[in-house]
Design a protein around this ligand. Structure first.
Ligand code: NAD
Length: 424
């Protein structure tokens, strides 16, 4: 199992925190754009940060007070938008970093939103449904003042799902009246969009496909190793398999599996339904989170937590392509080394933007109360992902830089223009 590091490497004596790491990427792109210092300061600084206490009566009868956060990073291009994470390691720095990434992601994929993120430091795997509901309702109540369909629109992230979004919508609506547009990633029966559950993974696999096409190659027959079998990882496996690729390894927090000939992905879904882990799946060898990163596969898809590709382990990576399903899975120094070694990294703000793209479709459907079928959702998503991929690919070639730097350059330029046009 991957041991989570608590900071990012900068030098032997200093480690980046999550927010510094994102700003490191920011500066690299801003330097290439010759961005003025004043504008850098505006774009880097979060607009608003909220930290709340979330007291929850547990099933045992005792009250536990959790720490909750919502950071609204930049709203120049539209309402703040970003997921809510339930994970024991949530802290303000990480939420800030993720909020900042959302500002760049929404701009890059070109949906009319700003960037935000929220989270509660809790362990949802060890909480009952009633505890999770009470936690969600209390957290919503405490941040409701800054939410709204035209203000700030949460969505699912690690440890949260459609059910959590449904409680959030219900709690918010009980104060402000029926407001499906206050949150995305809702169940379809409550105004969610067709295709939202699979959207992030659909986008990840679409950009991988676009990458192969850009080289006159194809995804069919290619091998992949995937870290994580939650929302993003599991559907990445599904789509990779559906498009004729071979998924040879998958790991999650409890363990992992490997089969050189390719895992039976539909059977793995059935196994997971019952066991809640991929570990122990029959007909496969045991795999762990570290060894998975070093497998000789065509494509590596980190789709679990952040900071898993480090300066220490990146030298062992053999995959020529990394598609970042997770947010910030690669530490900055590791990223540089991968680039120098000629390994293509399709960065998080591009690769996993499918989720926020379909969130945008969901929000538009809620505002118009006109609903699309899944084919239309996937067609529009496909178009947006491929366009963003080609924009990044073309700029990276022109600038002779990594796709991450090119993606950040495009995003910064768009947000910077909006800020300046609004007079800031
Ligand atoms: P999830 O909670 O559904 O799944 C998380 C997966 O990661 C699980 O398989 C879990 O076992 C695994 N995991 C957790 N801790 C781990 C550890 N220490 N080592 C190895 N594996 C571990 O979350 P998700 O929604 O699939 O999100 C995964 C990543 O994708 C996150 O980085 C998230 O920010 C990012 N992301 C998600 C979405 C979305 O729409 N869900 C959109 C964009 C980005």
């Amino acid at each position: 199992m991957t041991t989570r590091t608590t900071g990012r490497y900068k030098s032997s004596t200093h480690r980046y925190n999550a927010y510094e790491a994102v700003n490191e990427l920011f500066d690299k792109a801003a330097d290439r754009l010759n961005m003025a210092e004043e504008l850098r300061q505006i774009l880097k600084t979060p607009f608003r940060e909220i930290e709340v206490a979330v007291p929850v009566r547990m099933d045992s009868g005792k009250i536990h007070v959790y720490a909750g956060f919502r950071v609204q990073h930049n709203g120049a291009r539209g309402p703040w938008k970003g997921g809510i994470r339930y994970h024991p390691e949530v802290d303000k720095d990480e939420v800030r970093a993720l909020a900042s990434l959302m500002s760049w992601k929404t701009a890059l994929i070109d949906v009319p939103f700003g960037g935000a993120k929220g989270g509660v430091a809790c362990d949802p795997m060890n909480m009952s449904m009633t505890e999770l509901e009470r936690l969600t309702r209390k957290f919503t109540a405490r941040i409701a003042i800054v939410l709204g369909p035209h203000r700030d629109i949460p969505a699912p992230d690690m440890g949260t799902d459609g059910q959590v979004m449904a409680w959030l919508m219900d709690e918010y609506s009980s104060r402000r009246g029926y407001s499906p547009g206050v949150v995305t990633g809702k169940p379809v029966s409550l105004g969610g969009s067709q295709g939202r559950i699979t959207a992030t993974a659909y986008g990840v696999i679409t950009v991988a496909d676009a990458f192969y096409k850009s080289r006159g190659d194809k995804l069919e027959g290619k091998t992949a190793a995937i870290q994580g079998f939650g929302n993003v990882g599991s559907y990445c496996a599904h789509f990779w398999h559906e498009r004729g690729g071979k998924v040879v390894a998958i790991t999650d927090v409890k363990g992992g599996v490997y089969n050189e000939k390719g895992l039976d992905v539909p059977a793995l879904f059935d196994w997971f339904k019952e066991k809640r882990t991929v570990a122990g799946f029959p007909g496969a060898d045991v795999m762990n989170n570290q060894d998975l990163l070093a497998l000789p596969v065509d494509c590596l898809i980190p789709a679990a937590i952040g900071d898993v590709i480090t300066p220490d382990n990146c030298t062992h990576i053999k995959a020529p392509l990394i598609v970042e399903g997770a947010n910030h899975p690669t530490m900055p120094e590791a990223d540089e080394e991968l680039h120098e070694r000629g390994i293509t990294v399709i960065p998080d703000i591009l690769a996993n933007a499918g989720g926020v793209t379909v969130s945008y479709f969901e929000w538009s459907q809620n505002l118009t109360q006109f609903y699309w079928d899944e084919d239309r959702v996937n067609q529009e998503l496909d178009r947006k992902m491929r366009k963003a991929f080609m924009d990044v690919h073309t700029l990276a070639r022109q600038e002779k830089c990594s796709k991450r730097t090119a993606a950040m350059m495009l995003a910064l330029k768009r947000v910077g223009e909006a800020e300046q046009q609004r007079g800031n």
